[in-house]
Design a protein around this ligand. Structure first.
Ligand SMILES: [Zn+2]
Ligand SMILES: [Zn+2]
Length: 254
């Protein structure tokens, strides 16, 4: 399984997952032109996708849908709540599929669709499984619910949100109500909360850790790095990267 984080951050999110038989786009929150360019660089294309999975209806995860729906017929998969919330972005008659249960199989890839506590309608996080390799994509969390924790220990690769630095959020430009929303149980994970989550719940088999969905206003890559450096030295075998909103990361190969 190959994973390409094309963009991640409060301004736009998009990840590509590829197995020998399956090509999936997870979220489409940057322009379709940028998505296509990143896919082309890896020998894929929007035309070759089997599915687009949408985690939730926030703008930074769905902004390219009108462009994509106008030009392509790639089946869209999301929770019923998300599909309802994005109905205005999807052209009539476009192929959509409701993710009903927790387990889903697309060709050779197993997908665990996990409900998460984020302030949107029926948001989902995903674990992708192929040949006993597991990739977890956990952003827009608020907090880590108990039902998610058993999944962490299986992961070979993880993208986890490390959204804000608590001091920067409290002293930044956001109004107090927005600060409270972000810190709350349906907001985002802070850098220290992300670190605790990785320390507590992941195992040494974790080969790749991507810290993502950084706030543009309330965080910096340097702050994330500062927070995670002690963990990086304790886990020499683990590759760590900080995702960017404007540039894809190197591919993760499991
Ligand atoms: Zn988001
Ligand atoms: Zn969100």
């Amino acid at each position: 399984m190959k994973i390409l984080v094309i963009a991640s951050g409060s301004t736009g999110n998009c990840t590509y997952i590829e197995t020998p038989q399956t090509r999936i786009l997870l979220d489409a929150g940057i322009s379709s032109r940028r998505i296509q360019a990143a896919l082309h660089a890896h020998g894929a294309s929007l035309e070759s996708l089997d599915a687009i999975l949408i985690s939730h209806a926030h703008h930074d995860h769905v902004s390219a849908l009108p462009q994509i729906c106008a030009k392509y017929r790639i089946p869209l998969w999301a929770s019923r709540g998300t599909l309802g919330a994005i109905a205005g972005l999807v052209s009539p008659g476009y192929p959509v599929n409701v993710i009903k249960g927790e387990e889903l199989a697309l060709n050779d890839i197993g997908i665990h669709a996990l409900p998460v506590p984020h302030d949107c309608v029926e948001p989902l996080a995903f674990v992708f499984e192929q040949r006993q390799k597991f990739y977890g994509h956990f952003t827009d969390l608020g907090y880590v619910p108990d039902m998610l924790t058993p999944y962490f220990e299986r992961l070979d690769a993880l993208t986890l949100e490390s959204n804000y630095d608590p001091w920067m959020l409290r002293h930044g430009p956001y109004p107090r109500y927005l600060q409270t929303r972000i810190e709350g149980k349906t907001g985002h994970l802070s850098n220290p909360a992300a670190l605790e989550t990785v320390k507590l719940h992941t195992r040494l088999k974790l080969k790749y850790l991507v810290l993502g969905h950084l706030s543009q206003k309330n965080n910096t890559p340097a702050k994330v790095l500062d927070t995670f450096l002690p963990l990086k030295s304790a886990r020499a075998q683990m590759k760590m990267a900080i995702a960017r909103p404007d540039k894809p990361l190197p591919i993760m190969d499991l």
